[in-house]
Design a protein around this ligand. Structure first.
Ligand code: AMP
Ligand code: MN
Ligand code: MN
Ligand code: MN
Length: 293
């Protein structure tokens, strides 16, 4: 089966990944990735280091970010690709979006304490190399470390999700704002892992997903993740159909967070279903031979 040499969604220690940007890039290069975007949550702090490492490894680097958004009571993620990480309105928007994470973490720890799990705040911060981006993954690592779950993935069945200990509702950026910050910096906005929104508790139905995609397109969103580490092969086909229906470019990314922790390792993602227009067509025409930074 053909595999893609693009991986346009992954995380480093600048958000909730386990590997420093240089180690992430080295791992991607070793696994055959030729085009890599680092897309940390609500922060661009890892991009300079990752871009420098990419130059050494001969990997084409794409500046990215993954922005947390609240839409009709759902949290959705919007990936920005080929952004300018020095763009002031983007940086200000990300800073504002990060702003509430500290108080949220405190409330999460209080909720866990009520269920008899103490020390969660300090425990989570111990796992957060970038404390400004403290989030659920850091709490999940603490819950594994303290024996409350076997692995990070299973934490999200019993904790930190709606109706479970450690869950705290939160208001993230509005969809048009997040898309606007990305576009304003010259980037392409891509709806991340839509299969996550149509599964699990609090799931979105097909009607809501269509409304989300309509609004996303109307405010300038251009792409959708079709091949994602969070998707099953059936979902590749499903979201390829949505891409066609809404004339969106198709993106692909592992959503890798760390060895042994993620569903998929970096790269080696299966090719798109027929009929998809890859998101890189959007910047291929304009980019030079040089790396993006
Ligand atoms: P936050 O931005 O603090 O709400 O944290 C969101 C992060 O939690 C995601 O980016 C994932 O890294 C992690 N996460 C959420 N749900 C799951 C899940 N079901 N399995 C594994 N990781 C998850
Ligand atoms: Mn994450
Ligand atoms: Mn995400
Ligand atoms: Mn992600």
């Amino acid at each position: 089966m053909a595999v893609l040499d693009y991986d346009l969604h992954c995380h480093s220690t600048a958000s909730d990944g386990l590997l420093a940007p240089v180690d992430l890039v080295a791992r991607a290069a070793g696994r055959g990735v030729k085009f890599l975007a680092l897309t940390d949550h609500d922060d661009v702090a890892g991009l300079t280091e990752a871009a420098a490492a990419a130059r050494l490894h001969g990997v084409q680097f794409i500046n990215g970010v993954e922005i947390s958004v609240s839409w009709r009571g759902h949290t959705v993620h919007v990936v920005g690709l080929h952004i300018d990480p020095a763009c002031a309105p983007l940086l200000e928007g990300l800073r504002a979006n990060r702003g509430g994470r500290g108080a949220r973490a405190q409330a999460m720890a209080e909720s866990l304490a009520k269920c008899g799990i103490g020390g969660a705040l300090e425990g989570a911060y111990r796992h957060a190399a970038n404390p400004g981006i403290i989030g659920r993954t850091h709490f999940a690592r603490f819950l594994v470390e303290s024996g409350h779950a076997g692995e990070v993935r299973s934490v999200f069945k019993n904790y930190l999700v709606k109706g479970k200990p450690g869950y705290v509702p939160h208001q993230w950026a509005a969809l048009p704002d997040a898309v606007g910050w990305i576009r304003g910096s010259g980037g392409i906005a891509v709806l991340a892992h839509p299969g996550r929104y149509t599964a699990g508790r609090n799931r979105m139905g097909g009607k809501a997903l269509r409304e989300l995609l309509r609004e996303f397109s109307a405010c300038g969103g251009r792409g959708i993740e079709v091949v994602s580490g969070a998707h099953t092969p059936e979902q590749y086909a499903e979201f390829a159909r949505y891409a066609q229906e809404f004339s969106l470019l198709a993106s692909c990314g592992s959503d890798f967070h760390g060895p042994g922790e993620s569903y998929r390792d970096l790269g080696r993602l299966p090719d798109f279903p027929p009929g998809c227009r890859p998101v890189w067509r959007a910047w291929e025409a304009t980019s030079t031979q040089d790396n993006a930074i």
